[in-house]
Write a protein that binds this ligand. Structure first.
Ligand code: NAD
Length: 275
């Protein structure tokens, strides 16, 4: 496994990182033991950055991850979770809610601190509130030792810049923006680098589009994009290749992306992904 510095945090994170949303039954109903085994497999493979959110499976992913982490020494991994999103259309970026939310997450995760606390899907919130209320509240939590660094996550790349122009953020988590079907993040990397912001690029399989199983019902892609990805997957199969492997290889090959974050609740998939 390769390790790289994440922005100015001083954390040396694995080039491949793990997103635990799958543990909240986001893509399919998963067996809890398989989910826990996947986390342990990640650690065995040298993966040292794990991301989750109270939103995934409406706290289920954090709860299952907490059971898995119980059996792993705290210095073996960096842990990221989020605040602000609590349901498909339930958002609350107020200082009071996000402060309480961190305590709830720490309890579910069975840890005393998280390495990165991120405002989840900022484009659905009021960016002024994120800048003037949410991030300052999270900075205050830094002083208590409950969180080490503060980040933001979302889909539109512009939202990251709007926030980063007004206040310091340590990391951004961008998703579905550096994969076979969308490479928009690449153009923005110099901007984040110049600001010293660590970049986590999530969803290299475009949240299932670039797999043989295909994307789940709730996936926002258009019918045309779904059809094109299904056709590409079939083409790869016909040539004896797995589109997931090609997609991951593509995303990992960009030298400017510190870490590519993939999700699964199948330990064997994680071994394949690391290979
Ligand atoms: P992903 O692109 O990693 O795809 C996940 C899907 O691919 C799952 O269905 C999984 O079973 C499948 N898969 C994984 N490896 C496979 C393999 N080798 N062969 C076949 N199928 C395979 O999408 P993701 O899980 O949404 O993204 C990764 C993580 O990034 C999330 O778990 C989450 O932690 C983070 N993320 C955050 C945000 C946000 O903050 N807004 C958004 C998206 C993702």
């Amino acid at each position: 496994m390769e390790y790289r510095e994440l922005g100015r945090t001083g954390m040396k994170v694995s080039a491949l990182s793990f997103g635990a949303s799958s543990l909240g039954n986001v893509f399919r109903k998963v067996n809890e033991a398989d989910g826990i085994r996947t986390v342990h497999t990640c650690i065995d493979l040298g993966i040292n950055l794990i991301d989750v959110s109270p939103y995934y499976g409406l706290t289920l992913a954090e709860t299952v991850l907490g059971k898995a982490l119980n059996e792993i020494p705290r210095d073996k991994y960096y842990l990221a979770t989020k605040v602000g999103r609590y349901g498909e259309s339930t958002f609350d970026f107020s200082a009071a809610r996000v402060t309480a939310s961190v305590d709830e997450s720490l309890r579910r995760l069975n840890v005393e601190y998280v390495d990165i606390i991120q405002c989840h899907d900022i484009e659905f919130g009021d960016l002024n509130q994120v800048v003037n209320e949410t991030i300052p509240a999270l900075r205050r939590l830094q002083e208590t030792g409950k969180v080490r660094f503060v980040g933001i996550t979302g889909l539109p790349l512009k939202a990251f810049e709007v926030v980063a122009e007004q206040t310091a953020v340590d990391t951004i988590l961008s998703y579905c923006r550096y994969s076979l079907n969308d490479t928009a993040l690449a153009d923005k990397l110099p901007y984040f680098q110049q600001k010293g912001i660590g970049v986590i690029s999530a969803s290299p399989l475009s949240m299932g589009l670039l797999t043989n199983r295909g994307a789940p019902e709730w996936h926002p892609a258009s019918t045309a994009v779904r059809a094109a990805c299904a056709q590409a997957a079939a083409y790869c199969r016909a040539h004896g290749a797995d589109i997931a492997q090609l997609a991951l290889q593509f995303s990992l090959a960009h030298p400017g992306i510190t870490t590519t974050m993939v999700g699964t609740a199948d330990p064997e998939n994680m071994v394949k992904n690391a290979q």
